[in-house]
Design a protein around this ligand. Structure first.
Ligand code: HXC
Length: 266
């Protein structure tokens, strides 16, 4: 059992590696994920991140039920908050995070994917929030991020019934952006990540920060922040380079940003 980070062509792939237990997440794995996202956030050479699960059966089959089964309310609070910290690290890492969902994404697995910026999945992927069948509500952000992603009515259906949905339904309700054959899922994730990596890291970082505001800010304050973010880009190297390259009919050469960290961790 491990959390593995692989670097290639400015793309970090973080793999949850516990396939014998369908990548179910216990507290150790959550700590490992936090550490992995802190490390990639601080690595200026990383321009996009892919999060996936090892094996061909599961992305993440949920929080570790064995570990949860004996928890006291206080321990459950800590476990819930640790999952929140991972979701928050994914949202606050400056680089876009693509979830490559290669099988079951159940309970905490679906919630982990919901914290990512973009979700793509394989044809065999299965999604559910089955927590109510275990006597608990979702605890790693599902009650907040699922309604914001698919709307309150559909989220309520999925959370109250706990029913499983397949990739085609996940695509239809907007839970995932695209569905691919399993053997080409990682290649599709890499192509998307490379496309992101070819753009200005500073502009992508600003965009991610501003998109995040759309989820919790009033539109007028979100627009005010957009004006500031837009202005912030001017005078930066990449704005000069991107626009010069356009007129010179060449590919721009963008700079890695120095001293990155999780947004808000300064
Ligand atoms: C612990 C798990 C697990 C989980 C699978 N395993 N999911 N262990 N926690 N969430 C283990 C099984 O016990 C088994 O171990 C091994 O992985 C393989 O799983 P099988 O059940 O034998 O595989 P299969 O028959 O193919 O069924 C796959 C499955 C099923 C449909 C995904 O495993 C399943 O229903 N898992 C639980 C899904 C779930 O309810 N997730 C939500 C959890 S609550 P052994 O030792 O027998 O080989 C949650 C809350 C989040 O996520 C918020 C927390 C605050």
């Amino acid at each position: 059992m491990s959390i593995d980070t692989n670097m290639s062509q400015q793309i970090a792939t973080i793999t949850i590696n516990n396939p014998d237990r369908l990548n179910a997440l216990d507290a150790n794995h959550l700590e490992g994920l936090l550490e992995a996202f802190r490390a990639t956030a601080g690595d200026a050479s990383v321009r996009a991140i892919i999060l996936t699960g090892a094996g061909e059966t599961a992305f993440v089959a949920g929080a570790d039920i064995k570990e949860m089964s004996t928890m006291s309310p206080e321990e459950a609070m800590r476990f819930g908050r640790l999952g929140h910290a991972v979701g928050s690290a994914i949202e606050r890492t400056p680089q876009p995070v693509i979830a490559a969902i290669n099988g079951f994404a159940l309970g905490g697995g679906c919630e982990l994917a919901l914290a990512c910026d973009i979700r793509i999945c394989s044809t065999n992927a299965v999604f559910a929030q089955p927590e109510v069948g275990l006597g608990i509500p979702p605890g790693w952000g599902g009650t907040q991020r699922l309604p914001r992603t698919v709307g309150k009515g559909i989220a309520s259906d999925l959370i109250f019934t706990g029913r499983r949905i397949r990739a085609d339904e996940a695509l239809r309700i907007g839970l995932v952006n695209a569905v691919h054959e399993q053997d080409s899922l990682m290649e599709h994730a890499s192509v998307m990540a490379r496309e992101i990596a070819g753009n200005s890291p500073a502009a992508v970082r600003l965009s991610k920060r501003l998109i995040a505001r759309s989820q919790d800010a009033h539109p007028s304050s979100g627009l005010a922040e957009e004006a500031h973010g837009f202005a912030e880009a001017f005078g930066m190297h990449d704005q000069q380079e991107g626009m010069s390259a356009f007129f010179e009919k060449r590919k721009p050469v963008f700079e890695n940003e120095p001293h990155l960290e999780l947004e808000g961790d300064a």
